[in-house]
Ligand binder design. Structure first.
Ligand code: SF4
Length: 77
């Protein structure tokens, strides 16, 4: 039996970064990297608004990942 990763939230922009259902809607990623994370106001969670394109973009997303208290921001290998 394999252990499944928590499911992705449905709104993520297609690409290698995503938010999963462990998100607690703490707002940190949206403050740290507002260009890349947005809130689903009805359901109360964050999702990846757009994927990073440049190194600076990636740095912003990685900073949000580091700050996420729920480890809910993930990257496909
Ligand atoms: S920092 Fe993590 S837990 Fe907080 S809103 Fe963003 S994805 Fe959700």
């Amino acid at each position: 039996m394999t252990v499944q990763d928590p499911a992705r939230v449905p709104d993520n922009a297609t690409g290698r970064f995503y938010v999963n259902v462990e998100c607690t809607d703490c707002d940190t990623c949206r403050c740290v990297a507002p260009d890349f994370f947005a809130r689903n106001d009805e359901a109360g969670y964050s999702y990846v608004l757009r994927q990073p394109e440049t190194e600076d973009d990636e740095d912003a997303v990685y900073e949000a990942m580091d700050c996420c208290p729920a480890d809910a921001i993930c990257e496909d290998e």
